[in-house]
Design a protein around this ligand. Structure first.
Ligand code: UDP
Length: 339
């Protein structure tokens, strides 16, 4: 079986490619390298002993995508390629809608015209906004996300539901909570461009001295220690969920399938708990200061991931500390590369 993985050199994409290769799938990667680097491809080969076919182009280039589908027999797609910076999406909304939705539609057009099914979409828990009750299961009502980034995820889901219904296709919408960590070999991980927005890359860069102090955005939330709570899921666990979701789709007998899964650990951790876990796991200090809340942040979000466990036989079982240990190893690897 040959799977097209868009954004396959990105953070979650590269880990998923590795898991697909371990599971005997052939992989074709399309990635425009807008948020990755070529050495990630070499490292995937070091880990797996296999070299995926790689096309470095932008999925908005419809003619190149058509050529790719002409050249290869493709059995499914996992679509990671998307812009993902929440703050940036607020100042460049059109770029986000254009990039995230046009590229999605271009692939779906190829699927439609060539009779291909099995499409997995990277969605996000951002589609729930601040949910009224915890934990968040798949029946929790959706709220319009505040950011244009979040809206592209919600719109992507709607496009895929219509696509599945109208053309009798199988799709799986995977709503990620907060992915963290790096590959246990320290050869794959997140490559933040510039100043990281996300908590764990910022914590890591602070521990290594690249940043002076972590800014904790608010300690007056109605949580136990006053800092906001999220569900941090280890990226390799998340990657494994994609393989499980793909296998399930491929085994389905019906023509039309719309699967939706929350992918999280089921456990919430506060910002301060993440900082403490990082310090304990790696025996380093993370200096921090408490600041005002960040605009658009919610108080609390953690998953009920029972549906994924029941239907996919999958569970995120790596501890927060173990995930944070791999992040630190990855940081050391990155620093060794630049020396
Ligand atoms: N956060 C923080 N300092 C940072 C980055 C993030 O205190 O430098 C907090 C943020 O306010 C949120 C949590 O960490 O409560 C997770 O933020 P992140 O951007 O990683 O993910 P989000 O859940 O916002 O998508």
């Amino acid at each position: 079986m040959t799977i097209l993985v868009t954004g396959g050199l990105g953070y979650i994409g590269s880990h998923t490619v590795t898991e697909l290769l371990h599971n005997g799938f052939e992989v074709i990667i399309v990635d425009d390298l807008s948020n990755s680097e070529r050495f990630i491809l070499e490292n995937i080969e070091k880990i797996t002993g296999k070299k995926p076919i790689f096309y470095p182009f932008d999925l908005k280039r419809k003619e190149l995508l058509t050529q790719l589908f002409d050249a290869h027999q493709i059995d499914g797609c996992i679509n990671f390629a998307a812009f993902k910076a929440v703050g940036e999406s607020q100042v460049k909304p059109l770029d986000y809608y254009e990039n995230n939705l046009f590229s999605l539609i271009n692939i779906l057009q190829e699927f439609k015209s060539r009779n291909i099914s099995n499409f997995i979409f990277s969605s996000s828990c951002t589609v729930y906004g601040q949910a009224d009750e915890m934990p968040i299961d798949e029946h929790t009502p959706l709220k319009t996300p505040e950011s244009s980034y979040g809206k592209t995820k919600q719109m992507g889901e709607e496009i895929l539901k219509d696509f599945a219904q109208a053309y009798r296709k199988k799709v799986s919408l995977l709503r990620y909570f907060n992915p963290i960590g790096a590959h246990p070999t320290a050869l794959l991980g997140e490559l933040p461009i510039g100043i990281p927005n996300n908590l764990v890359p910022y914590v890591t860069q602070t521990a290594s001295g690249i940043r002076e102090k972590l800014n904790i955005w608010g300690n007056d939330y109605p949580t136990e220690d006053g800092t906001a709570v999220r569900d941090y899921i280890y990226v390799v666990d998340l990657a494994r969920a994609h393989v499980a979701a793909l296998k399930k789709l491929m085994a389905e007998q019906q023509d039309t399938v719309i699967d939706i899964y929350n992918l999280g650990t089921g456990k919430g951790s506060s910002v301060l708990e993440v900082v403490e876990a990082f310090e304990t796991a790696n025996d380093v200090k993370v200096p921090y200061q408490i600041c005002e809340r960040r605009a658009g942040d919610i108080t609390i979000a953690y998953a009920n991931a029972d549906k994924a466990e029941k239907e996919l036989g999958w569970k995120a079982d790596t501890s927060l500390e173990e995930a944070l240990r791999t992040t630190w190893e990855w940081q050391k690897y990155l620093e060794s590369r630049t020396q």
